[in-house]
Design a protein around this ligand. Sequence first.
Ligand code: NAD
Length: 273
Amino acid sequence: MQSMADISQAKRTLAGRTALVTGSTSGIGLGIARSLAAKGADVVLNGFGDAQEIEILRANLATEFGVTVGYSGTDMSEPDAIAAMFEEHFGKSEARLDILVNNAGVQHVAPIDTFPPTKWDLIIAINLSAAFHTMRLAIPLMRRGGFGRIVNIASAHGLVASPFKSAYVAAKHGLLGLTKTAALETAEEPITCNAICPGYVFTPLVEHQIEDQARAHGIPREAVIRDILLAQQPNKRFATVEEIGATTAFLCSVEAASITGVALPVDGGWTAH
Ligand code: NAD
């Protein structure tokens, strides 16, 4: 019979792996970092926030799951800073990078004719170009380590559009193209590259959208949630960050080795329409 220690050890299927999760100081990224750490992976967190709060988050994650947790405050809109982060955290010859989760993302909601060009550039830089910059540096490290899992957090908006989200929809559609290209380039190697396409997940990003949409449409926030956000989501509830974390951890498993190049909706049926 298996002891409790055996059972909890068996769950640590990512022990010995190292993961970088961009945008993991909050929301979905933090949920993903927690799911990977729970499976035994060492994690490098990234994202913005209060330095003291992030240090508490980092230390608690390490203690709770008995893994090594690092942190980089790199701005993912800056290609040179991304290269410096890789040099700092993965530059040594013995360093591993087994799992890369491109999750950092921002949103801006406005019609195309009044969409600020600076917002367009920023959204494309963080939600799309950053994934290219991390992947170009991560793939050689994965080749060297003999194992790689790239998970790009796209969106249902990578598969279908909504009005007023031109930059976000364009970036997420682009991210799916990048995902498929990387999957093909690594298909004969022990590396996979997939995208997850969440519908609405309740996080600070969605909270901001509720406020923005309420302003754009001139309606109360309850109406935004019921009639706009969840109007497209047939199961009529927000997904949780734990659900996205668990899906990511599955795609990072050995058992998911034949899954590559997919865009996996986790959207309560939204894109089944
Ligand atoms: P969030 O705002 O809660 O978290 C975003 C994270 O990205 C934070 O850690 C923030 O510090 C970080 N970040 C922002 N700009 C950054 C930058 N320039 N450099 C580094 N880090 C930066 O958002 P979320 O809702 O958790 O979204 C995470 C991802 O999931 C995004 O890519 C988003 O598009 C995607 N997504 C979210 C939903 C949803 O309903 N929440 C649905 C589909 C897809």
